[in-house]
Structures are given as C-alpha cells and as structure tokens.
Write a protein that binds this ligand. Structure first.
Ligand code: ZN
Length: 348
C-alpha cells in the first residue's frame, strides 16, 4: 500500500495537480509538464547601466530636498521619513459603514505611511550590504513596529525592488504603512492560523517547518534560528517563505542572536536570487506577524514572503493573467525544482 503512495507522490513532480495553501485557504494549479514548451511570450529588457553612489536628483539620497521641501539629513545608516504622498492618512473621521444592506460598504480609515532608506548609498541593494548593515535595517523595522503598535492595529513593512515591480527609484528602501484596519492577506492568514491552532493545539507554520526539515526538498537555506523554503503551495516560480524555526508571534519578540542570524540568512537568500539569473533580482517582499489587536496571538508565526516576478530567465517574467485572474493561480516549475535551483547558489 505504501509503495502506491510513493508512486503517486513522484507523479506529482511531473504531472499536473493542484496544491493547497493552508495559510490562506486557497489552491494553486501546478503544471510541471509545461516547462518543456518553447517561450513565445514577452522578453523584458535588462537594465545594466552603472548606478551612481549619490544621485543629486534622488529624493532619498542624503542632503537632498524632498517634494515637501524638507532636507534629508546626511544620514549614515538607515533613514526614516514620512511618505510625502501617503496612500493612508488620518482623516479624523470615525469608522463608518455606508449602506447598511451590506452590498455597498465603505469604511473610514486612519494610518500613516513612512519610507525607510536602507543605506545612504544610492547604488546598493540589500544583498550588497554587509550583515551589520542589514541588521541595522532589521532594528529599524522593529523600532517602527514598537512605535506604531500602540496606535494602530497593523503595520505592513514591504519592499518593492526593481523596475519590473514598478519601482522607479533604485535607492535601496522599503515602505511602512500603518493602519487601523487589518488588510486582506493578513486577515486570511489570521483566520487560518487560528483555526489550525484550535483544531490541533499547535502552530500551523511551526508544524509546517518541522515537515520541511524532515525531507528538506523545498529548503533553500537555514541557520540555527531561521529557515527559507519555497513553500509547498508557492504561486510565483521562485517565491520563498522566510521564518523562524521556533514560535515567534511578533517581530518584536526575536532575540539579539535571532536578529543577527536573520541578517545573515537574508543576505544569503538575496545573493542566491541575484546569482540565479545573474541580475539584481527584482521582487516584492513583506513581513507578516500577529496584528496588534489580536489577543492570545500565540497561534501566529512571524514570517516574510518574497515574491520575485521572473519565470525562467532574467528576461522572461511571469504574468498573473487569464486563468489566474479568472480562476486561480497556476505555476509551471514545481516548488521542489525551484528550491533545488536556488540551493545551488547558496554560498556554503
Ligand atoms: Zn503571510
């Protein structure tokens, strides 16, 4: 009987099937047989021009003037400033729902948006910074969360890197959007992790990591406290999930040693991304942890999602269109193949 199960599992690696994402209660279609098809789609241009260390026209470089006429200090490490065109602001209105039939709903929001420059150097990326410099970025993230957690219910830290992701300014930076509401993705993960905990009396992503450490077929890299996997349910070809091996519901709960190790594993992951297609890998990444209004949040596990948009080379991008917009996400190479590719570029 057992051999039949093993046989079916091997078939999964080469035949179309669907996989369940327990974190958001959704399915992804996996079609590994399609990797053999010739590519007739769009090829992206590679930008390989030399970047400047300092750009006088960049509003993030030290000493430059921003849109609101404020002058940036001559900062040495990280620099946080208020987003001059914030998508979320405090309008002073009370939360309200328009139309109580439930069909047309709108609610007042309040929040704040900030930008974090990772480095005064205009030309660097996180992967090119030292472990200590990356640790400064991590400390800045945590101090921002500490500051916002008493005022709002959620803080989304995210980085959009590269022109392919619609990021027009190469100066290394991320954004922080704090809000009184819990955004959709976080809300789905909250519901799912809570359900799992109530049913199993254990933490979903901690149990998941144990399974990944068992066979290691989707592990990209790990150290004592952290692990990076291409999740079993990944949608983007080289999507990864970075998370602690033990239960940490909040970013603010990680130890000094865990911060140091997080800097180290982040650099390793980003270098492997850059080496994969021999370009500075574009991606969107962001952190998820227990929202601040959740009581008894032990069922939550801190994690970062990395979503690079590239499919099979530096010039072939994955598009989320057609079936993906109308039905559900679909991928070609399996998460196991993607993890094995990325592993090749992890420095030993
Ligand atoms: Zn998440």
């Amino acid at each position: 009987m057992k051999s039949v199960i093993v046989y079916n599992y091997l078939m999964f690696l080469s035949q179309p099937h669907r996989r369940y994402n327990p974190l958001i209660n959704e399915w992804v279609l996996v079609s590994p047989q399609r990797t053999k098809r010739p590519w007739q789609g769009k090829y992206e241009k590679i930008q390989k021009e030399k970047k400047l260390i300092y750009d006088p026209s960049c509003y993030m470089c030290p000493g430059n003037i921003r849109a609101n006429r404020e002058k940036n200090p001559r900062y040495k490490n990280t620099f946080v400033f208020r987003n001059d065109f914030p998508p979320i602001v405090d309008t002073g209105q009370k939360e309200s729902i328009i139309n109580n039939s439930g069909i047309l709903q709108a609610a007042a929001i309040k929040g704040e948006c900030r930008v974090v420059c990772f480095s005064p150097r205009h030309d660097l990326t996180l992967s090119e910074m030292t472990d200590d410099q990356i640790q400064d970025v991590i400390l800045t993230w945590i101090s921002q969360i500490e500051e916002f957690k008493h005022k709002y219910n959620w803080v989304q830290i995210f980085e959009n890197k590269g022109e392919l992701m619609g990021c027009s300014n190469p100066h290394p930076h991320c954004q922080i959007w704090a809000s009184n509401f819990i955004p959709n993705e976080v809300s789905k993960e909250d519901i799912q992790q809570k359900k799992y905990f109530e049913k199993n009396d254990s933490v979903l992503l901690v149990d998941y990591v144990k399974k990944e450490l068992d066979k290691k077929e989707r592990v990209v890299t790990e150290n004592y406290s952290w692990i990076v996997v291409v999740p079993f349910w990944a949608i983007w070809p080289y999507e990864t999930l970075l998370l602690p091996k033990t239960n940490r519901s909040q970013f603010t709960l990680i130890s000094a040693e865990e911060k140091r190790e997080l800097a180290e594993i982040t650099k390793n992951l980003l270098l492997s991304y850059d080496r994969l297609f021999n370009i500075s890998m574009p991606y969107s990444m962001g952190w998820h942890f227990a929202p601040f209004n959740v009581k008894n949040n032990g069922y939550w596990q801190l994690h970062a999602h990395y979503y690079p948009p590239l499919l099979r080379s530096a010039t072939v991008k994955k598009f989320m269109v057609g079936y993906e917009m109308l039905a559900q996400p679909q991928r070609d190479i399996t998460p196991e193949q993607a993890a094995s590719e990325l592993r090749k570029y992890i420095k030993s």
